[in-house]
Design a protein around this ligand. Structure first.
Ligand code: NAD
Ligand code: ZN
Length: 361
């Protein structure tokens, strides 16, 4: 690895605790610029009829809730649309953007906060360190655990030509509220898929070439927590608390290393078929025993214990051209392969190999 050590920005402030969501008003009050500059809440529409949660959002003056469907993962066009709506709705910039939901809502909140102060379309900023100006104050409140989007310096967006994040030092949240109680209503399947995103982050980080003591410390902690949550016998509160911390640590681990084969292939699949991140990772990871033997063994054990049936045959009717699209996207993610396989990955990862793997999924 070159001697170019990352100077990684972290979340500025974080609260953890069951019920900490009720502190939101108190936490945000000092950040209000003035009474004409609203706080805009981007909330997963799964909560639209959850009056207990909505009642705890401390709306004042012209503060606003915008409900967002997570049927599809965040898009650059969606970010641009939201930014336009917010700018047209107020004569001045908002005091802050608050994302309440899973990885989709956290990414949207980060992206909107950045695009309110950077000109043009969000698709112009997909990549590394293209964002010029600091975004507005942004707060992340996860309601499902696993992605690590609450700690990361990226916000993954699907654009017209690629699925790639706005990676920048301005991306991480200014404030995160970790209230495990908010994850109460998640379905078993979704809990598993998003939780496995964290598990896979750990396996890919710990087994990659980029591993170092910083990433290892976080990765090992997160992996232990995942084992307790998915293979142990914790009560549901412990499960919620520990998975939320696993997600945080898993995110910190990859922040200083990199993901690997499952993420590369899952991005390809998601780009072509719109498969969501958590489930896509599971579909792929199930077939990666040659790359991550120990991890895949544990994964299958977890799957069995929770009676999860990963969709099968989703690539069975694809054309050669479609396989090529998935393979192109997967292979374009060079750092992921370099981390997983090594500098000479191109000699080992061939198009026929990837096609063979995809065709089994
Ligand atoms: P998600 O945000 O799409 O949510 C998954 C589902 O769970 C949705 O249907 C949502 O409505 C539901 N849900 C969330 N909280 C709930 C609750 N408390 N009760 C009931 N239902 C609830 O999924 P996710 O897996 O958290 O995030 C996936 C997204 O995160 C993808 O877009 C992916 O690209 C992104 N991601 C980002 C990063 C990053 O570092 N920025 C990392 C990994 C993934
Ligand atoms: Zn992931």
């Amino acid at each position: 690895m070159s001697m170019n050590f990352k100077n990684f920005p972290m979340v500025s402030k974080v609260v953890f605790g069951r019920g900490s969501f009720t502190q939101l008003g108190e936490i945000m009050a000092p950040m209000r610029l003035n009474e004409h500059a609203p706080f805009i809440y981007l909330v997963d529409d799964v909560f639209e009829n959850n009056s207990a949660l909505i009642a705890k959002i401390p709306l004042l003056y012209s503060d606003q809730i915008i409900y967002i469907s997570t049927e599809e993962e965040p898009k650059t066009s969606q970010v641009d649309q939201l930014v336009e709506t917010i700018i047209l709705g107020s004569s001045i910039l908002p005091s802050g953007i608050i994302g309440i939901g899973g990885g989709s809502l956290l990414d949207l909140a980060k992206a909107v906060a950045l695009m309110l102060t950077n000109n043009g379309s969000s698709e112009d900023y997909q990549g590394w360190d293209l964002i010029k100006n600091k975004g507005i104050y942004h707060v992340g409140i996860p309601t499902i655990s696993g992605t690590g989007a609450e700690v990361s310096r990226t916000t993954i967006l699907t654009g017209p030509t690629m699925k790639l994040g706005l990676n920048s030092d301005f991306t991480p949240f200014d404030q995160v509220i970790l209230d495990p109680q908010l994850t109460e209503g998640v379905s078993k399947e979704q809990w598993f898929y998003t939780g496995m995103d964290c598990f896979i982050h750990c396996i890919e980080s710990l087994n990659g070439e980029y591993i170092n003591s910083f990433s290892k410390t976080y990765g090992e902690t997160a992996l232990e927590l995942c084992k307790e949550v998915f293979l142990g016998s914790l009560n549901s509160e412990e499960c919620q608390d520990k998975l939320m911390m696993a997600s945080w640590h898993g995110g910190m681990s990859i922040a200083y290393s990199q993901v690997g084969v499952a993420h590369a292939m899952s991005y390809g699949m998601s780009f072509l078929l719109g498969t969501k991140h958590g489930i896509g990772n599971c579909i792929v990871f199930d077939h990666l025993k040659d790359f991550y033997p120990e991890g895949v063994k544990l994964f299958k054990e977890m799957k069995r214990k929770h009676d999860i049936h990963i969709p099968k045959g989703i690539c069975s009717n694809l054309t050669d051209k479609e396989f090529d699209i998935m393979i192109d996207v997967a292979m374009s993610l060079e750092p992921l392969w370099e981390n997983a396989i090594g500098k000479d990955w191109k000699t080992k990862i061939t198009r026929p190999l990837l096609k063979d793997l995809y065709s089994k999924m």
